[in-house]
Design a protein around this ligand. Structure first.
Ligand SMILES: Cc1ncc(COP(=O)(O)O)c(C=O)c1O
Length: 459
């Protein structure tokens, strides 16, 4: 691997023929016997592929990446270079995105309940788009940010989502007219409607219903004299392909609903706030077994020795847990299962196992029950799809540090980023070419544009 633009973009090039999984292997091989900290490998090329998948599947919808999902600098830099907008929930997230040179018009402050000082910060730094769902919020905005471009967040039926959000945010339809009237009285500008169907949406029809509801609110806005021209369809899109509801199943519902309720000639700009879609599959977490217990089945102790795999349960303790990356188990209702670093032999015995994090808390359990071979202290376990709502909410409880992240990107993917920066999106045929001919593009490339040049075009 050679490092690319280390001061700007922190990643290493994946050399020709190598994948992120090879880097996992390389890092494991490089690790010292006693120094086997957990680590991540993040393939930024996977984020680039996701972006191309997004723009092809949802051509009318501009993504505003939800920074809360994973605020790693390399991730937001990659997305800024690709021309994404950003959904920020706080002053700190706004500062992060503005530190990349992103124009305030590409930021939506999408938190309906904001601290007054942070509304003032947004006002002072040119952030105009922000969401609201209550009268009190309108009064705060009228006092601190009279030029705000407000977006009314409506509630959705997110009862089938993994993580429900409308229990906390979103005005019911019957409250919307009153809120719009109040905004009018306060002299505020409401430019559109937003919603979130819940994170980990399992029912695509929720989007269709929410888009239809948004249309009703646009009618109310028209009647009150607002010039509403922004629809924000939120997040909820899956981050990997092993979910019940697939991304393309959602887009197959969203696109016709948009065409029906907000046709292209309606002049309404459509944006979304995808989080996990962009980052989940880019991150692989590799943890090391630091301790192990063998629990013998009491009934079997006096029995004959050769009871096969049924006589014991294994407890593995690894060096990241629910207070760290696996907080997603508690906060994001995630189910994490490892893959083995060492392939088991075809006849290798499997045992019922549990996997635990490194802290002293009994709550710190990653997997309650799974089948694994008889592994040893020092062996590695690999967890895929660990990019969403993991690092962003992890702590150093008990003094356990967050894992290092090794960012990688193939040269074709980097060329794709640079091409999008300077010339916009490629035609679909060209785009496939770039990914397919990785073998020859992987050779020393003449493209050496630093990100700064890209920023001049896009950010
Ligand atoms: C306001 C808002 N927008 C976007 C997102 C991102 O959602 P997802 O990761 O499901 O795309 C969230 C997640 O909580 C959110 O609260």
């Amino acid at each position: 691997m050679s490092t690319a633009n280390p001061t700007e973009f922190e990643f290493s090039f994946l050399e020709e023929g190598f994948s992120a999984r090879d880097i996992v292997e390389q890092k494991i091989n490089e690790s010292m016997t006693d120094d086997r900290d957990a680590f991540y490998v993040c393939d930024l090329g996977d984020v680039v592929k996701k972006h191309l998948r997004w723009v092809r599947a949802l051509p009318r919808v501009m993504p505003f990446y939800a920074v809360k999902c994973n605020d790693s600098r390399s991730i937001v830099m990659t997305l800024a270079s690709l021309g994404s907008g950003f959904d920020c929930a706080s002053k700190t997230e706004i500062q992060l995105i503005q530190s990349l040179g992103v124009d305030p018009s590409r930021i939506i402050y999408a938190n309906p309940c904001k601290q007054v000082s942070q509304i003032k910060y947004a006002s002072a730094h040119g952030i105009q788009m922000m969401t609201f769902d209550s009268e009190v919020e309108l009064m705060k905005v009228a006092r601190c940010h009279a030029n705000a471009k407000l977006v009314l967040r409506i509630a959705t039926d997110d009862s089938k989502a993994v993580c429900r959000l409308s229990v906390k945010f979103g005005a019911p339809l019957k409250a919307c007219r009153g809120l719009l009237e109040r905004a009018k009285e306060l002299g505020l500008d409401v430019i559109g409607v937003s919603f979130h169907v819940g994170s980990g949406c399992t029912d695509s029809m929720t989007y269709a219903q929410a888009i239809a509801d948004a249309r009703c609110v646009f009618h109310m806005g028209d009647e009150l004299g607002f010039n509403m021209d922004l629809l924000d369809i939120g997040g909820g899109f899956p981050g990997s392909d092993n979910t019940e509801l697939k991304f393309e199943e959602i887009t197959a519902v969203v696109n016709p609903a948009l065409d029906k309720y907000f046709p292209a000639d309606s002049g309404v700009r459509v944006i979304a706030e995808p989080g996990r879609f962009y980052v989940a599959s880019a991150f692989t977490l590799v943890v090391n077994i630091i301790a192990k217990k063998v629990i013998m089945d009491e009934d079997s102790i006096s029995d004959d020795e050769d009871k096969g795999t049924t006589d014991r349960t294994l407890m593995y303790y690894v060096n990241d847990g629910v207070y760290g990356s696996f907080n997603c188990i508690l906060f994001d209702h995630a189910h994490c299962l490892p893959t083995l670093h060492k392939k088991p032999k075809p006849d290798e015995a499997m045992y019922p196992c549990s996997i635990w994090g490194p802290t002293c808390d009994g709550l710190d359990r990653i997997v309650e029950q799974c089948d694994l071979p008889d592994l040893q202290v020092g062996d590695w376990l690999v967890f895929e799809n660990m990019g969403a709502y993991t690092l962003a909410a992890s702590s150093t409880f008990n003094g356990f540090q967050r894992p290092d992240i090794h960012y990688v990107m193939s040269r074709p993917a980097w060329q794709q980023v640079q091409q999008i920066c300077s010339q916009g999106l490629p035609a679909p045929a060209e785009e496939l070419n770039l990914f397919e001919v990785s073998a020859c593009c992987g050779q020393e490339s003449s493209l050496e544009l630093p990100l700064k040049t890209c920023q001049a075009h896009v950010v």
